[in-house]
Design a protein around this ligand. Structure first.
Ligand code: 5GP
Length: 181
């Protein structure tokens, strides 16, 4: 499956469903962080659309920053080899950090990032993911908040790509292989 002729997109989670779920999850986050200042750390590129929607529902004093990570390249399986893990541009010490991720698959990306942030003196590190492949993810990773639990389908849209495409879809979709008639 390598180009747009090979597959068709099917809606898995509608835009309105995403919006409603974000309101629910953000309510919980607002309660949990009452009285704290938060550094929301959006994982680029996939997490940026979810982060944009989520942070606008958060009510505590908040800074928004970004980190670029990738373990996929143009494949549909995580390599586990997380590239570009540098947090030197961030002020971490003493901050309550909320990592905002599009999707947790194996969880390897976030295990490494969380450990690094804690080793640099973060006061706390929590994770909020739009999608969580719970059955597949490493059991040692705690995903503190998530909107949708998914199976092993490869999804696109709402920030998530296949070969850098489909991030702009307002819904979360699945790529079904096109069957020849
Ligand atoms: P992990 O380290 O959890 O295996 O990989 C997480 C990253 O892999 C996500 O931030 C995302 O970029 C990518 N990823 C994992 N599953 C999917 C998926 O189903 N669709 C897309 N588009 N990206 C995925």
């Amino acid at each position: 499956m390598s180009n747009s002729e090979d597959y068709q997109l099917r809606v898995l989670i509608q835009q309105e469903t995403i919006e409603k779920k974000i309101l629910e999850v953000s309510k919980q986050i607002n309660e949990d962080y009452k009285g704290e200042e938060v550094l929301a750390l959006s994982v680029l590129k996939g997490g940026v659309i979810f982060a944009a929607d989520l942070v606008r529902q958060l009510t505590m004093p908040l800074q928004l920053d970004f980190i670029q990570l990738s373990s996929y390249g143009v494949k549909k399986e995580s390599s586990g080899d997380v590239q570009g893990l540098s947090v030197d541009h961030l002020t971490i010490k003493g901050h309550h950090i909320l990592i905002v991720e599009d999707i947790v698959d194996t969880g390897l990306t976030l295990i490494k990032l969380k450990d690094l942030l804690l080793s640099k003196g973060a006061a706390s590190v929590k994770i909020v993911a739009c999608c969580y492949k719970k059955e597949k993810a490493d059991a040692s990773l705690v995903v503190d908040y998530f909107c949708f639990e998914l199976g092993d389908d490869f999804v696109v849209g709402y920030g998530m790509d296949f070969a850098q495409k489909h991030r702009n879809l307002p819904y979360i979709g699945v790529m079904d292989e096109r069957k020849d008639d």
